[in-house]
Every structure is written in structure tokens, then in C-alpha cells.
Ligand binder design. Sequence first.
Ligand code: NAD
Length: 368
Amino acid sequence: MDEVFRLADEFGPARVVHIHRPAVGLRAIVVIDNTACGPAVGGVRMAPDVSLDECARLARAMTWKNAAAGLPHGGGKAVIFGDPKLPAEQKERRIRSFAQAIGDLADYIPGPDMGTDETCIGWIKDEIGRAVGLPSALGGIPLDEIGATGFGLASCIDVARSVAGFELKGARVAVQGFGAVGKHAARFLAEKGAILVAASDAKGTLADQDGLPVSKLIALKEAGGALSDFAGGDKGGTDAIIDVPCDIWIPAARPDVIRADNVMRLKTRLVVEGANIPLTMDAEQALHDRGVIVVPDFIANAGGVICASIEYRGGTQRAAFDYIDERIRSNTRVVLDESRRGGVTPRRAAQELAKTRVMAATATRRWR
Ligand code: NAD
């Protein structure tokens, strides 16, 4: 009894389901954390080393992200144990079997995450008629292709830079991780007059205080190249991006890249979190104490899940962009105002905002 409810608190999880189908080598866990705001939306992660704790933590993060974004969705997550690079046939069988097993979990809507892509989501939809992040042939909005999360980051940055007191035109931007999130953030910011002074990928950092050509770098990456293949700029190791002087620093790669031991190296006025948990809590606090604004992940990078939610409700790409822009701007403003008023970090203010929304939704539910 104690072990089963070890993860439980006042917000959830509402349901934890273990799935075991030895015939197809399927072992999976679904955590439906909280459904006060509506059916839970959250990705399906496939990796060999996933765990119940990871699944529960990610499901809770989705509860806050969806509530903060004002979506009619609670938070959930699923993990499938296994190598995401399984031979295609075996992977399809395992994912389809997973889908059949969650068919009756009507308050969980699965989406893509690490190790699953839109094709996997298409298989799930085929089995149970319910999923987000679909291929465009099935009515999906290709959120990574259109840059939904990067677009939301640019909206967030436009508000945060006005609070910090500088213009976007001419602002120097550094982007760690020039992938689906990072490259589109750079593109939308460049369209507003900002200057990309550094970008990094898994192979290294490219920097130039006079500005880098964003569209050429995107074309280079899309052709399968690395930033270090670009003829020009200064080249450095992956870590060198941390030392580049800039006005806006965007982590869009891995978790925990800025910690107590390297946070003092950042020379920026604003950090906007494209990746999930890219800064440790003590690093966020240290920057806050130095007067650097840090907009937390679940406010800044909500563009992707907002897009998925609009897709689920049959909306268009245009509607998704409008909603992302409006919602992320207003949330950023509220969170930074509350942070100033209360003298707390923007993350703390954002958590309060999300909790208040979940509690308001809970008050309307029969089983509280
Ligand atoms: P991606 O795989 O498209 O891009 C990641 C990029 O980071 C790649 O260019 C890779 O080379 C680079 N990279 C890896 N290790 C690095 C390192 N040590 N230093 C610098 N660069 C490194 O992934 P993505 O979809 O852009 O996601 C990036 C992050 O954003 C992840 O944390 C993800 O969870 C988060 N996120 C993504 C979305 C989305 O819509 N895709 C939404 C919310 C949050």
C-alpha cells in the first residue's frame, strides 16, 4: 500500500497503470497525473532506462505546463521500456500493442516524445482513434517543421526583453542546440531584427559577434551538416556557447546544462528556456539574484503542446500560431510581474499560477 501511493500528493497521480505483454516484449507505464482541467495530454517516451519515477515526474510537469497554457487538458505521460531503434516491424508491433492496452484509458491522450515520432503516433491513432502530434496526412499540424515551440520562444522573449529594458532590434542572441526548437527560435528572432551571435550543436559552437546568417545555418543543418562545417565565424567546443557575451541566451538542447559550477560564466541579461529543465534550481536562483531574468521551461516552451491541443480540437496552423502568441505573451507578462512583486524567481511565480488554475478547475469537479 505505502509503496503504491509513494508518489501521491494532493494533485495526483490520479491513475498509474503498468502494462505487461510478454508475447510482444511490451513493458510500459502510464501515469495520468491530474485531469481537473480535462483529459491528460502527454508524450510517449521510449527508451531502455525509463522508470516509474521519471514517468510520474514528467506527467506532473505536463499538469503544470498544460494548466499554465490555459489548455483544457490535464497532465499525463507514458513510458515504454526498450530501444527506440528496434527493427521497424518489431517497433510497430510493440507500439500497436501498447496502444491497444491503453484503449480504455479515455482520459489519456498520447503524443510524441523521445523515441517516438509522428509515424508511431499514427499507429496509435489507427488502433484507438485518439492521439495528438499526428502526421499531416492524418490531419496533424507538423509542429517541429513549422517551428511552433521556437515561435512561442520568440513571443516570450519579446515580452521578457521589454521587462529587462532593451530592444529586440540589434539584441545579441546565443542558442545552445540548433535543432527543432533552437533553429526556429533563431529564425523568428532574426525576423524581428535580433542578431544571432552564437549557436551550438552536439559537435561544437560557432560564434561571431558581427552576426551569423540564420537561414544559411538552417540550410546547412537540414542538409545533414554540423555548425562547425560553416566557413566563417569562430569555432569552439560544445561548452564554449556558455561564455559568449549576449543579451539573450537560449538553452534548447539538454537538461542540467547550467549548474552552480558554471552559472557564473553566463554573460547575458535574459535566459529563456527552450529545453526542459536546462538549468538546475540553484543556477536559476543565482541568476535571479544577479538580476538576470530566467523564463522557465513550462511557460516559454509551451508552443509545442499548445499546437498539439489545437490539432486535437481540429484547429488550423494559423489558429495554433495565434493562440501560442497570445497565451505565451500574457503568461510571460503575468509571471514576470508576479516575480517582481513577490521577490521570487519566475519559476516560483509560474508554479503558483499553474497551481491556482488546477485548483480552480478542481473546485468544479465532483471528486476532488
Ligand atoms: P532536436 O533533437 O531537434 O535538437 C536538439 C539539438 O541539440 C541538436 O541540434 C543537437 O545536435 C543539439 N545538442 C545535443 N547535445 C548538445 C550539447 N551538449 N550542446 C549543444 N547542442 C547539443 O530536439 P528539439 O526537439 O529541438 O528539443 C530540444 C529540447 O527542447 C529538448 O529538451 C526537448 O525536450 C525540448 N522541447 C522540445 C519541444 C518541441 O516542440 N520539439 C517542445 C518543448 C520542449
